[in-house]
Design a protein around this ligand. Structure first.
Ligand code: BG6
Length: 487
C-alpha cells in the first residue's frame, strides 16, 4: 500500500470539543509532520460555535501548544494550517448541512466524516449528510465510542447509521486497536512458529490481561457514573485485546478475515450469569488514598460526584472461552482506575512441566511466562529458567528475563499514538483496525448478562484505597483456582 493517503476531505464533527483538541488535532499534526497526508487533503472542522477559518486555525494552534508534548515544527504547522476550513453547523438542523455541499469536493477526494460527538448525535449527522446529498461510495464515517451502553442502545445507534451508510463505509473506533503493541500481537502470534505451535490448552495454563489506570475520573463523573469500568473499558478495550490473543489465524491480513476470527471468539465466551457471577467477577470502587506521595479523593468525593454511588471503578473477571483451543484455560481480566501505576499488559502463563529433574536444588520449577507490555515501555518479555553459573554441587536454577524493549531495539524516536494510526487507516480505507457491528453487538450481549446479574445481586462494590491494586476479593478470584496475579 502507498505510504501516503489518497486526497481526502477529513471532516471533524465536534471540532471544538475535547477529543478533537486533545487527540485528533495532535495526531493529524504528527501525520503532517511525517508527511503522510496527501498534498490535496483538507481538514474541515464542523461545530455550532461562531468561528471562522482563521479563528479556527488559531484555536487548533492553541490546542497543539497545550496538548502536543512535542515541539511544533514551523514548516509542518504551516502546511497543516493551510488545510483547515471551518464550517458552522448546528448538528440537529438538517438544512445547515448544505454548506458542506459547497465545500466538499466529492469528485476529487474521499470524504472521511469523523463523529467526535456523543452517539445521540450520530443519527442527525447521517440524516443531514444524506439530505445534503454529500454521500458517495467514497464517503466513510468514523464513529467514536461508546456505541451505546447496552445491546439495545447499540442496535439503535447502529441502525441509525446503517440507514444511510453501508457497513463497509463505517469505521467504529476502539483506540486500543491503534496501539503499536496491540498490532504487534498479530505479528507475535502469526509470524513466529514458537508461538503458533504453543498457543493453546496443551501448553498454556492461563492468561492475564491487566489494564491499570492511574487516573481517576478526571471531571467525567457524570458520564462515568452511568457507565462504570465494565462498560467503559471491558466491553471494548479488554475484550478486543482478548480476541487478538485468542483468535484463530486469519486467512489473510485483511479486515474481513481478522474481524470474522475475532467475532468467533466473542461468540465463544461463556456467559456469566446470576448463577456464577459470584465466582467469576469482582466489582470494586476506590476510596480516598495516596498516589505518588499525595492524597487523592475517593470516587464519591470526586469533582462533580452526586451522592453515594455504587458504580464500579474496578473489575476483575474470570473469562472462559468455550472452544477447542482454549478449553480449561481461564483468561483473567482486570482493569481499574486509581491503581498505583498506569500499566497495560498481557501475561501468558505456560503450564508447569510434567516432571522436575532438578528437584534436589529446585523444589518447584516456575512456569515460563510471556509478558506483552502494551503500555508504557512497550515491549515483550519472556521469563525462563537458567542455570546459575558456577561449579557448586547441584544445578541451581534462577528465573531470568529475555527483554525486548521496542524503544531500545527499534530506536524509534517516538511510538505513534493510537489515533494517528487509526486516522490514517480510515483515510486509506482499511477497516481491519475498526470494530464491526457484529463484534460490538456480540460484546454487548455478553456484557449485558454480567451487568444484569450485578443488578440482580444488588451488592455494594468492594472498596479499595486509591493507589492500591484493588480489593482483596480480586486476589481470591485467582487464589481459589490456585493462581495469583502477576505484579
Ligand atoms: C477510554 C475510557 O476509552 O480509555 C477512559 O473511556 C480510559 O475511561 C481510557 O481512561 C484509557 O485509554 P488509554 O489509552 O489511556 O489506556
Amino acid at each position: 500500500m502507498d505510504n501516503t493517503t489518497r486526497a481526502c476531505d477529513f471532516v471533524i464533527f465536534g471540532a471544538m470539543g475535547d477529543l478533537c483538541r486533545r487527540k485528533l488535532i495532535t495526531s493529524i499534526y504528527h501525520l503532517e509532520r511525517a508527511k503522510l497526508l496527501d498534498d490535496d487533503s483538507r481538514i474541515i472542522g464542523v461545530a455550532r460555535r461562531d468561528e471562522t477559518t482563521p479563528s479556527f486555525i488559531d484555536k487548533m494552534l492553541a490546542s497543539l501548544k497545550q496538548f502536543l508534548n512535542w515541539d511544533i515544527e514551523p514548516e509542518a504547522w504551516q502546511r497543516l494550517a493551510e488545510r483547515f476550513i471551518y464550517v458552522k453547523i448546528n448538528l440537529d438542523k438538517p438544512d445547515e448541512y448544505y454548506q458542506l455541499h459547497d465545500v466538499l469536493d466529492l469528485e476529487k477526494r474521499v470524504t472521511v466524516n469523523y463523529f467526535a460527538v456523543p452517539p445521540s448525535a450520530f443519527g442527525d449527522i447521517c440524516k443531514g449528510l444524506n439530505d445534503a446529498k454529500i454521500i458517495t461510495e467514497n464517503t466513510r464515517v468514523v464513529l467514536e465510542k461508546p456505541i451505546g451502553h447496552d445491546f439495545a442502545s447499540s442496535v439503535e445507534i447502529n441502525d441509525a447509521v446503517a440507514a444511510v451508510f453501508a457497513e463497509k463505509q463505517i469505521y467504529r473506533i476502539d483506540h486500543y486497536l491503534g496501539k503499536e503493541t496491540v498490532q504487534n500481537l498479530l505479528a507475535l502470534r502469526f509470524a513466529n512458529s514458537i508461538f503458533t505451535t504453543n498457543w493453546d490448552h496443551n501448553t498454556i495454563d492461563h492468561v492475564q490481561i491487566t489494564v491499570a489506570e492511574e487516573v481517576g475520573i478526571e471531571g467525567r463523573w457524570g458520564y462515568f457514573d452511568k457507565s462504570g469500568q465494565l462498560r467503559d473499558m471491558v466491553q471494548n478495550h479488554l475484550l478486543q485485546i482478548l480476541t487478538f490473543i485468542a483468535m484463530e489465524p486469519p486467512v489473510r491480513l485483511e479486515s474481513d478475515s481478522i474481524r470474522n476470527e475475532k467475532l468467533k471468539v466473542l461468540k465463544a465466551l461463556r456467559p456469566i450469569t446470576i448463577d456464577n457471577i459470584d465466582s467469576k467477577t469482582v466489582r470494586g470502587q476506590y476510596t480516598a488514598g495516596f498516589l505518588k506521595g499525595g492524597p487523592v479523593p475517593g470516587y464519591n468525593e470526586e469533582k462533580g460526584a452526586k451522592g453515594e454511588s455504587g458504580t464500579e471503578t474496578f473489575v476483575a473477571l474470570r473469562v472462559d472461552i468455550d472452544n477447542w483451543r482454549w478449553a480449561d484455560v481461564p483468561f483473567y481480566l482486570r482493569t481499574a482506575k486509581r491503581m498505583p501505576t498506569k500499566l497495560s499488559e498481557v501475561v501468558i502463563v505456560f503450564k508447569q512441566l510434567p516432571h522436575n529433574i532438578f528437584g534436589k536444588s529446585n523444589r518447584k520449577l516456575s512456569p515460563n511466562k510471556l509478558i506483552i507490555r502494551l503500555q508504557p515501555h512497550e515491549g515483550v518479555e519472556i521469563m525462563m529458567l537458567n542455570k546459575v553459573p558456577g561449579i557448586d554441587e547441584g544445578v541451581k536454577l534462577q528465573q531470568t528475563m529475555l527483554d525486548l524493549s521496542f524503544s531500545e531495539v527499534f530506536k524509534v524516536e517516538r511510538i505513534a499514538d493510537a489515533y494517528e494510526r487509526l486516522i490514517l487507516e480510515a483515510m486509506r480505507g482499511n477497516q481491519a483496525l475498526f470494530i464491526s457491528r457484529d463484534e460490538v453487538e456480540e460484546a454487548w450481549t455478553w456484557i449485558d448478562s454480567i451487568q444484569d446479574a450485578w443488578a440482580e445481586l444488588n451488592e455494594q462494590p468492594k472498596f479499595y484505597p486509591a493507589g492500591t491494586w484493588g480489593p482483596v476479593a480480586a486476589v481470591t478470584l485467582l487464589a481459589k483456582d490456585g493462581r495469583e496475579w502477576e505484579e
